[in-house]
Design a protein around this ligand. Sequence first.
Ligand code: GCO
Ligand code: MG
Length: 412
Amino acid sequence: MKIEKAEVVVTSPDRNFVTLKITTSDGVTGLGDATLNGRELAVVAYLTEHVVPLLIGRDPHRVEDTWQFLYRGAYWRRGPVTMAAIAAVDMALWDIKGKVAGLPLYQLLGGASREGLLAYGHASGKELPELFDSVREHLDQGYRAIRIQSGVPGLRAIYGIASQAADAGGGAARYDHEPARRGALPVQEDWDTRAYLRHLPGVFEAVRNEFGPELPLLHDGHHRLTPIQAAKLGKDLEPYDLFWLEDCTPAENQEALRLVRRHTTTPLAIGEIFNTVWDFQDLIREQLIDYVRGAATHMGGITPLRKTIEYAAQYQIKSGFHGPTDISPVGMAAQVHLGLAIHNFGIQEYMQHGARTKEVFQQSYRWENGSLHPGDEPGLGVELDTDEAGRYPYERAYLPYNRLADGTVHDW
Ligand code: GCO
Ligand code: MG
């Protein structure tokens, strides 16, 4: 069996997605997610111009060898564009292997280690009543763990607040946050760290008073704090027993986490923008994090994400794979299979895709009683309807960016 064809499909049902579809000489197809939010077409070019020609004629069963060939063979290593492209190939080859074996991917990865995956959703509100409504709506949908993001008095629009994004013309639903906005230019949001640090502990106190001590609560700092500010936030949130505080500082400076760790026992999650195992090496070895936030789509696929999470297991560090809407149903399925198989599963982020996306990508993973299961179709269990995909051409969309009151650009 050989790889006969590899096509790159770009579609924008509810948002942009980039998918690689590999077809073998036996007519077996495999899918891989290569979506890089806001920079999608760079990965399309990388795949079409440089990777597809290398795939034709190769043995699709050689997953590890193909990964090493694309990674080492490029000479220029790492980076989000390269790693999203390699990820798509890796996922598509695992998908093919599962289909040929007649087994769902999780069986090839060692079989199920649990019944299903605990997943968290994104509740948000400009003010407490709206936030409480959003939490209730998520509880009604079956979520048993919830991320809390709140507006900050005096700030017009910040990350994670669905209704603010909708007001800013983002087209987001009231309780569901989709940060990328279609349009010629990125939307500008505003930020004030002191106002945020003053406001957030009171929000968590109110949520705990309303919803009780049991519900696992999460929060995303979205890379905005200095190490000492992050340490303070972690300390101030300790009474509210967070499941995790995510991306409390920008990820580039990993030493920052040493300082944060010295001051707080709030569990830390990091890594959604990392693209290799090596980005996690020190954080895992020094036990500076509690959850690995990597995504199969942005870390070069299932193969390296599995290596990373197996390494993390030696230190009791668990998975918390990135699962916003910009991970396509293909990327999501890859993570749900891996999450079911590994021993050190922690939690899975699960922001549900829109109705049009579900028609383009027919998924067999299931969401039942607050828990995700990959289903038992062979391979990844996702099929791409290319006719349906063709109805939604690419639409330029950017993530927002941030400025402080004096006009300085700040981390978004
Ligand atoms: C999360 C993330 C996302 C990112 C988005 C950028 O925790 O889910 O922070 O909301 O902002 O994936 O593309
Ligand atoms: Mg995040």
